[in-house]
Design a protein around this ligand. Structure first.
Ligand code: FDA
Ligand code: NAD
Length: 522
């Protein structure tokens, strides 16, 4: 058995949601697009899982953080995927213009109607027009209701049938495909891909074929077992990559309020989860191998600020060592962690954030790889020109640095996904992807943003005693990266602009002295 689509998005994470929105905005026909995801829910903003989702009071829960709310854009609920095929709306509008009777056209002109993006007919005040409207205007409400109930059974496009009196309905180009939206194949893992045949084989045994494939498979959390430590499947050891992990973490936290947690890893997951654990009244010890937290990005001076803040909130740091084993009780729960230096820490729970591995395995041997990801060109096209890759799994040329990078951040997933769809649907109007790397985090009441690259010499500036502070990275005489804690919208925009311009800097001491003013003047 099998189905065929023009476009298939493999993966149902951040990139998939933003790609679907872009497809719908650019206009696709019913049944053109399919999204396949191992997760049982439609795409959501993954960053919420280590922030709002873990709050003890009024935590964020789906459907509130489906994509694309993270970019202040539409929220794509399951219903949205069913209904939202702009190509279809365009066809209906055309049909209306062609086939409306004089009476109906006059009535509509009178009502200053508009068909909004959700296919709902609105009057000039923006109120939805319903059956009453058509009945009042002598249209065939019985026929309309007949179509309406058919659509309700299909669960989609409820408002549309009300647009059509019988005379028009009979001439409409409706068929079985007319009311298909974006096809969702959820809770389904793809276990095989054949890019030569353009097919994907799902774990349920279905073959799905495509003309164009967008790989958006993201990444999986590395397991302690991959570093030779056994026992991380215990009930009170938590990883955090998807909704199931987040639900589990919440339930383990709730049963250990007032208790102790060990956080393994001093990166993003470690820092954000440690803050959430503290907010949930759990005592935290962080363990990581580097000399300071967030070693991939922070300078020692920046790291010191956050570590001191965390200490003031009760967090204990054990640096320069790693976990070597767990101690368990008779129920199999972890009761203590043993570190390589011999230290034993008793604990009620463990959170592990030791990095990720991109989900490339389906395509190894079929597509070119680089930097642990799927190599793409400036159009996000892989070594097979029917296949694109976006988000965490893609290694793409970052023009600004003149080299290929794989980024593991949400903005890159959003922008690369939107860009790939533009390159697919409007190839002649789409120049090469020119992305400025952007990372951010929010912990406790702190909030920072970083743009660009953290290579070269560093000029720190600002108030490291609790105010606004930041740093510039200067490489070969040019600013290539900028960090800011506690900025406002204009200030963040200024450091982003500065990083994109890459201004020359002669005097590092002067740059430190000018600080944020330097960026505000660019
Ligand atoms: P993503 O991981 O979102 O989605 C991949 C999807 O593919 C998943 O649905 C997966 O199930 C599916 N899939 C994989 N293989 C499959 C298969 N074989 N068959 C079917 N489906 C398959 N970044 C940032 O800049 N700021 C932040 O604050 C945060 N915060 C944050 C918190 C947490 C808890 C995490 C885990 C991550 C972040 N990030 C972040 C990183 C950011 O979320 C990440 O970069 C994006 O989610 C990447 O989007 P993708 O769509 O590429 O992968
Ligand atoms: P990370 O790469 O940020 O940090 C991994 C950390 O694991 C390292 O800092 C190191 O301290 C530690 N580590 C590595 N090997 C170890 C070992 N054997 N034992 C103990 N510690 C070890 O990865 P992460 O924190 O796991 O985050 C996972 C992914 O989620 C990343 O892609 C990250 O970008 C993303 N994420 C991003 C944000 C954000 O941008 N705000 C927030 C959460 C997650």
């Amino acid at each position: 058995m099998g189905r065929a689509f023009v476009y298939v998005i493999l993966g149902g994470g951040v990139a998939a949601g933003y790609a679907a929105l872009e497809f719908s905005r650019r206009g696709i026909s019913p049944g053109d697009l399919c999204v396949i995801s191992e997760e049982p829910v439609v795409p959501y903003e993954r960053p919420a899982l280590s922030k709002g989702f873990l709050l003890p009071e009024s935590p964020a829960r789906l459907p509130s953080f489906h994509t694309c709310v993270g970019a202040n854009d539409e929220r794509l609920t399951p219903k949205w995927y069913q209904e939202h095929v702009i190509g279809f709306c365009t066809r209906i509008e055309e049909e209306l213009q062609n086939k409306l009777t004089e009476n109906m056209a006059a009535a509509m002109r009178g009502a200053n109607h508009m068909l909004d993006k959700r296919c709902a007919l609105k009057d000039k005040k923006g109120h939805a027009m319903n059956e009453m409207y058509w009945t009042k205007n002598n249209f065939d409400s019985e026929a309309s209701m007949d179509i309406l109930s058919r659509q309700k059974r299909r669960g989609s496009l409820e408002n549309l049938p009300l647009l059509f009196p019988t005379s028009i309905r009979e001439n409409m180009p409706w068929n079985d495909d007319t009311f298909r939206g974006i096809e969702l194949v959820l809770g389904t893992r793809v276990k095989c891909a054949d890019v030569r045949r353009k097919t994907l084989l799902t774990a349920t045994g279905e073959t799905i074929s495509y003309n164009i494939l967008i790989i958006a498979t993201g990444a999986r959390a590395l397991k302690l077992e991959e570093f030779g430590v056994k026992g991380s499947e215990a009930d009170n050891v938590c990883y955090l990559r998807d909704l199931a992990d987040a639900n589990r973490l919440v339930s383990v936290m709730q049963s250990n309020v007032g208790g102790n947690a060990v956080v393994i890893g001093g990166g993003y997951i470690g820092m954000e989860c440690a803050a959430s654990l503290v907010i949930n009244k759990i005592n935290v010890t962080m363990v990581f191998p580097e000399a300071h937290c967030m070693a991939r990005l922070f300078t020692p001076k920046i790291a010191e600020y956050y570590e001191e803040y965390y200490k003031s909130r009760g967090v204990n740091f054990i640096k320069g060592t790693v976990l070597s084993s767990f101690e368990n009780n008779a129920d199999g729960k972890v009761t203590a962690v043993i570190l390589r230096d011999g230290t034993r820490i008793t604990t009620d729970m463990v959170v592990v954030g030791i990095g990720i591995r991109p989900n490339t395995s389906l395509f190894e041997g079929q597509l070119n790889m680089e930097k642990g990801g799927i190599k793409v060109n400036g159009r996000l096209q892989t070594s097979n020109n029917s296949v694109y890759a976006v988000g965490d799994v893609a290694a793409f040329p970052v023009k600004l640095f003149g080299e290929t990078r794989r980024l593991e951040h949400v903005d890159s997933a959003r922008q690369s996904a939107k860009y790939a769809v533009a390159a697919i649907m409007a190839p002649d109007k789409t120049a090469d992807f020119n992305y400025l790397p952007f990372f951010y985090s929010r912990v406790f009441s702190l909030s920072w943003q970083f743009y660009g690259d953290n290579v070269g010499g560093v000029a720190h500036y600002g108030d490291f005693s609790g105010g606004t502070f930041g740093a510039y990275w200067v490489n070969k005489g040019q600013i290539v990266g900028a960090f800011l804690e506690g900025g406002n919208k204009d200030e963040y925009e200024a450091i982003a602009k500065t990083t994109r311009f890459k201004p020359m800097v002669q005097d590092m001491a002067e740059l430190e002295r000018l600080g944020l003013d330097f960026a505000l003047q660019v």
